[in-house]
Design a binder for this molecule. Structure first.
Ligand code: C2E
Ligand code: MG
Ligand code: MG
Ligand code: MG
Length: 279
């Protein structure tokens, strides 16, 4: 009986695996169609000056509306796109869409676009970025690319050479989700980043965790000493905004200021912002 049980467990485990693998294959196939069928679209979330509240930048965040599953998180479909070799096509779509949209914004407002470390593997990232800027007639200084520490794990001189090259056009380079990766501080010095984004996990925890406050303070000091801008993501409450501002963090992003929303809502948001500036 024990033996039978074991085999049964094993079989259902394997069945479970099969089901999971099938589900994954289905999701992959659906994603292949998503790009073609126009199910992908871009939302924008404001990054604001923590003192004045004025919008300084919008981050482009990709969305997938699946006809049956509904909204699928980018934390699910971005890794999937990377795995099935579609991340370059997806990256191109986001860059072109967002640059075209940013052309409608006031000139002082920047656009931030996330770039996957895998987009540094083939040689096309620079030409993709420049193409998107040129066809939207957007000055390179208005674009900021957000990359995670994972890019620093890519082997060879490639990523740093590409980042340097992008910088020569005046494109900003932000280190996203800072504090969650495994990179050492010396990496920071070897790449010409223009901004550090403190990961939202530290921001969520700052009221409960003195360790998070210590990390936040250290990162703000580091950024200042290196001459980099620092942004905090995940600001949901006024008290947190006030704390970060008093610590010397100049820019922030979070539901307190606005959730990722369609471009049309951003236009409305901007007109409110202009009214607030005037008041
Ligand atoms: P990220 O680049 O760190 O983007 C910030 C994430 O934090 C977004 O999640 C945003 O909605 C969320 N967020 C911002 N403020 C708050 C807040 O106050 N509270 C909470 N709970 N969340 C907040 P989202 O849109 O789900 O994106 C998740 C991740 O997916 C992004 O993290 C980025 O790594 C990736 N991603 C999204 N769009 C793209 C893209 O076009 N290309 C690439 N390569 N990755 C993307
Ligand atoms: Mg980002
Ligand atoms: Mg982030
Ligand atoms: Mg993230």
């Amino acid at each position: 009986a024990a033996k039978g049980e074991k085999r049964g467990t094993c079989r259902s485990f394997r069945l479970g695996m099969d089901a999971a693998a099938q589900e994954k294959t289905r999701l992959e196939n659906d994603f292949r169609d998503a790009l073609k069928l126009g199910q992908l679209y871009v939302h924008y979330q404001p990054l604001v000056d923590l003192t004045s509240g004025a919008v300084e930048c919008f981050e482009a965040l990709l969305r997938w509306h699946h006809p049956v599953r509904g909204s699928v998180s980018p934390d699910v479909f971005i890794p999937l796109a990377e795995e099935i070799g579609l991340i370059d096509a997806v990256g191109r779509f986001v860059l072109h869409t967002a640059c075209r949209e940013a052309q409608n914004w006031p000139e002082h407002i920047k656009l931030a676009v996330n770039v996957s470390p895998l987009q540094f593997r083939n040689g096309n990232l620079i030409s993709t970025v420049i193409n998107a800027l040129t066809s939207a007639n957007l000055p390179p200084e208005r674009l900021e690319l957000e990359i995670t520490e994972a890019v620093l794990m890519e082997k060879g001189p490639r990523p740093s050479a590409i980042i340097r090259n992008l910088r020569t056009f005046g494109i900003g380079i932000a280190l996203d989700d800072f504090g969650t990766g495994f990179s050492s501080l010396s990496y920071l010095l070897n790449y010409p980043f223009t901004k550090i984004k403190i990961d939202k996990s530290f921001i969520f925890d700052l009221e409960r965790e003195s360790n998070s406050r210590a990390v936040i303070r250290a990162v703000i000091g580091l950024a200042r000493n290196l001459g980099l801008t620092v942004t905090a993501e995940g600001i949901e409450r006024e008290a947190v905004r006030d704390y970060l501002r008093d610590e010397g963090c100049l820019q922030g992003q979070g539901y307190l200021f606005g959730r990722p929303s369609p471009a049309s809502e951003m236009q409305r948001y901007l007109s409110c912002d202009v009214r607030r500036d005037a008041a």
